[in-house]
Design a protein around this ligand. Structure first.
Ligand SMILES: Nc1ncnc2c1ncn2[C@@H]1O[C@H](COP(=O)(O)OP(=O)(O)OP(=O)(O)O)[C@@H](O)[C@H]1O
Ligand SMILES: [Mg+2]
Length: 260
C-alpha cells in the first residue's frame, strides 16, 4: 500500500554532537525519502546513527545541517510550538523499553496523549477502547504495566502510539527487550498496521525482522551505505498461505526455469 507521494524527504542532512571540545559526526550527508504507506527498517552497527536519525525524523532533535521536509513542509521553518504540534498529532513513538507509566493502568497510559491534546472524555473513552481492541489488549485495560508480560506491555505502547491516528509510526528497537515469541507478535502487529495504511520507520538490530519491511536502509558511521527494496516483504497472512509454485517460479532465474 505504498503510494508514490513522499511523506519524509531528507536531503544532505548531517548531525554533529559537540561535547567538551570533542565532536561526533553522528550523521553525514543523509539522503532519504519515506513514502506514504512505506515500511522502512533502519539497520546497522551500534553507534551508526540509527537512533539519532529516528529522533530527528520524530522531531525530538534537530539536524545540524541539511534539509528535512515532512509532508512538503521544511521543518527548519517550524517554530518550537509548531514542531510540538506536528509531533503530537502526526507521529507515534515506540521504544525498546516500552516507556509506560508504572502507576497508571493500561487504559490510562493509552489515554494520556489524548488528554495532552484536549480531547473530550467521552471521545477519549471510545478511542482507547477501539485501539486496545486493535492490539488485542481489551481484557487487560485495568491492569498495571508490571502485571503484564513484556510483549503485552509493548502492545500497550503500540496502542498509545496509535491512539491519535498518527501518519507516521517510529519504532526504535521495539523487540529489543522481548523474547522471540513476543517479538514475533509485535512485528506481526506492526505489519498488519502497515497493511492498514500506517507508514512505519523502525530501527532494529535483529536481521530476522528486516524482511517484514518493504525497504531496508543500512547506516554505518553515520552514512547510508545501502537503501534497498525487499523483494518479498513478509505479509501478516504469510504464515497461513500455501506455497504457490507459480510465485516461486517467478523468483527463479530464467536459466534455472528453462532447465527445470
Ligand atoms: N546526546 C549525544 N551527545 C553526544 N554524542 C551522542 C549523543 N547521542 C548520540 N551520540 C553519538 O552519536 C553516535 C550515534 O549514536 P546513535 O545513538 O544514533 O547510534 P545507534 O545506531 O542508535 O546505536 P545503538 O545501536 O547502540 O543504539 C554515537 O557515536 C553516539 O555516541
Ligand atoms: Mg540506538
Amino acid at each position: 500500500m505504498t503510494d508514490s507521494k513522499a511523506l519524509i524527504n531528507i536531503t544532505n542532512l548531517s548531525k554533529v554532537y559537540r561535547t567538551d571540545g570533542s565532536q561526533t559526526h553522528a550523521l553525514r550527508d543523509i539522503d532519504l525519502t519515506i513514502f506514504k504507506g512505506d515500511y522502512v527498517t533502519i539497520q546497522g552497527p551500534s553507534g551508526g546513527g540509527k537512533s539519532t536519525l529516528l529522533s530527528i525524523i520524530g522531531l525530538l532533535d534537530k539536524a545540524s545541517s541539511g534539509d528535512y521536509q515532512i509532508s512538503d513542509v521544511s521543518v527548519a521553518k517550524l517554530s518550537a510550538a509548531q514542531m510540538a504540534k506536528v509531533r503530537n498529532r502526526e507521529i507515534g513513538f515506540i521504544f525498546q523499553d516500552f516507556n509506560l507509566i508504572g502507576d497508571m493502568t493500561v487504559s490510562q497510559n493509552v489515554e494520556l496523549p489524548l488528554i495532552y491534546r484536549g480531547v473530550s472524555k467521552a471521545i477519549r473513552k471510545e478511542k482507547v477502547a477501539q485501539v486496545l481492541k486493535r492490539v488485542n489488549m481489551s481484557e487487560r485495560a485495568r491492569h498495571l504495566p508490571n502485571q503484564l508480560s513484556g510483549g503485552q506491555q509493548q502492545r500497550v505502547a503500540v496502542a498509545r502510539a496509535l491512539v491519535g491516528s498518527p501518519t507516521l509510526l517510529l519504532a526504535d528497537e521495539p523487540t529489543g527487550n522481548l523474547d522471540s515469541v513476543n517479538g514475533d507478535s509485535v512485528m506481526q502487529l506492526l505489519t498488519e498496521l502497515n497493511e492498514q495504511g500506517v507508514t512505519i520507520c523502525m530501527v532494529t538490530h535483529d536481521s530476522r525482522y528486516a524482511h517484514f519491511a518493504k525497504r531496508t536502509v543500512n547506516l554505518f558511521d553515520g552514512e547510508v551505505i545501502s537503501n534497498s527494496i525487499n523483494i518479498e516483504p513478509h505479509s501478516s497472512e504469510q504464515q497461513s498461505r500455501e506455497p504457490n509454485p507459480q510465485n516461486i517460479a517467478e523468483l527463479m532465474p530464467s536459466k534455472i526455469q528453462a532447465g527445470a
